[in-house]
Ligand binder design. Structure first.
Ligand SMILES: Nc1ncnc2c1ncn2[C@@H]1O[C@H](COP(=O)(O)OP(=O)(O)O)[C@@H](O)[C@H]1O
Ligand SMILES: CSC[C@H]1O[C@H](OP(=O)(O)O)[C@H](O)[C@@H]1O
Length: 397
């Protein structure tokens, strides 16, 4: 992997992406290259460049100086490309099997050139199609345990940890999460986006002081708890998968934050898919939540016992305390994710594609109830079985 700093930034076009791939000699000389911009995310350009003869391909991801979904009126730092490249490289130190290979990056051009994962499918789309993705949660549990444990104070020298915290200072992208996940959906803010039929339910959220108090505490944790290098946006749209393989992409929101945030976003997005399904097809998602947590605990505990550097990792009861705090926080963060994906700026296809419209509205009402209940009952829900029972109880009310 090589890194470069060009002197000027300019957004790439499809022909510009081909020219860049040729200049960097990423393909054989005289190859006939084709390129399409395939980005469907909220923020960046994504070019797929392919050799028409050999079918070999690469991905060139480029940050724009603004949020693509909104346009130039929402300026956004190009530094997110540096964060993404370095987060992918850091994660690859622990779980190379679960992240795309990075071939090249250029901070000034704000590009990351990486492995093309088109052989896999974005897991949100696959789950909406009803695919089970049987190994997804086993892989994600291991991804979470290893990337989070091995970047935390439990595992690394405290001077090195602080140098990493500095490297991953990411104020602009954190501000997006602070606003869109932890603030705007809980107030009458103009970024919110919901159907008029949800007006009363949303009003109830805005008036619920007990809920807002818990959200305030969760936001404070997100703002201050520099526990480990979190992915920061680990939803099912950031995970490529098939029945055998899993790859996590798009860590441009990475920073040192609470471990429970990544775990909670995974729980929240599995749950969003679960409630979008008929009851008889939901079980596989609850199994994914359970497996994610069980594998996380197993791998995190193994790493703690074998590689714990912090002296207190040898003290009886400390691991159990840390794990129970992570679970409690994950339940609360999952609730915030569910609410913001229902009434905030950035929706999910799991809910928005539900037909007919009336069914969509009633499932979104259910999502708001489940999200609120998870946030207010973080302390009583102690494990995935109770989590499932709690959700089912709410669904049946
Ligand atoms: N390494 C990759 N291989 C194949 N397709 C990719 C890759 N990275 C991104 N994409 C495609 O581009 C889309 C947007 O990528 P993503 O990183 O999520 O962008 P954004 O940061 O704008 O959300 C993905 O949903 C996927 O379709
Ligand atoms: C204006 S950013 C909204 C939303 O988009 C990000 O997701 P992605 O980059 O995967 O499309 C992130 O979840 C932000 O909260």
């Amino acid at each position: 992997m090589s890194t470069k700093k060009s002197s000027v930034y300019e957004p790439l076009t499809e022909s510009g992406a081909i020219a860049l791939a040729k200049r960097l000699q990423l393909f054989e000389e005289n190859s006939n290259l084709l390129c399409n911009e395939i980005g469907d995310g909220n923020l960046n350009l994504v070019f797929k460049v392919k050799d028409s003869k050999t079918e070999e391909s690469i991905i060139i991801k480029q940050a724009l100086p603004y949020a693509k979904v909104v346009g130039e009126s929402w300026p956004l730092t190009l530094d997110r490309a540096r964060i993404e490249t370095h987060a992918l490289l850091k994660q690859a130190e622990f779980v190379p099997q679960y992240v795309p290979k990075v071939f090249y990056s250029d901070e000034k051009l704000a590009i990351t050139i990486m492995e093309d994962l088109s052989r896999l499918q974005i897991s949100r789309a696959a789950l909406i199609e009803g695919k089970d993705l049987l190994l997804l949660s086993k892989h994600i549990g291991e991804f979470l345990a290893k990337t989070l444990f091995y970047t935390s104070d439990y595992a690394v020298n405290q001077h090195y940890k602080k140098s990493l915290v500095k490297q991953f200072i990411n104020p602009d992208l954190c501000k997006i999460t602070e606003d869109l996940v932890f603030t705007d959906p809980f107030f009458d803010h103009d970024t919110n986006d919901f159907e008029p039929e949800l007006g009363q339910d949303v009003e109830q959220i805005w008036q619920d002081q007990a809920l807002k108090l818990e959200v305030a505490k969760l936001k404070q944790k997100f703002l201050t708890k520099a526990e480990a290098l979190v992915h920061g946006d680990l939803h099912t749209g950031s995970i490529f998968a098939d029945d055998k393989e899993t790859k996590v992409i798009d860590p441009e929101f990475a920073y040192f934050g609470p471990i429970g945030f990544d775990v909670g976003q995974v729980f929240g997005n599995f749950l969003l898919n679960a409630i979008s399904r008929d009851v008889e097809n939901q079980e596989v998602l609850f199994t994914h939540i359970e497996t994610t947590w069980n594998v996380f605990v197993e791998e995190f505990s193994k790493a703690w016992k074998n590689d714990g550097l912090e002296i207190f990792t040898k003290v009886d009861g400390y691991l159990e305390h840390v794990l129970s705090e992570i679970f409690e926080e994950a339940v609360g963060f999952a609730g915030c994710e569910i609410i913001r994906r229902t009434i905030g700026l950035a929706h999910v296809a799991d809910l928005d594609s539900i037909q007919p419209y009336e069914k969509r509205i009633s499932i979104k009402q259910l999502a708001l109830t489940i999200g609120s209940e998870l946030i207010k009952n973080q302390k009583t829900i102690k494990d995935p079985t109770q989590f499932k029972d709690y959700v089912k109880q709410t669904v049946n009310q």
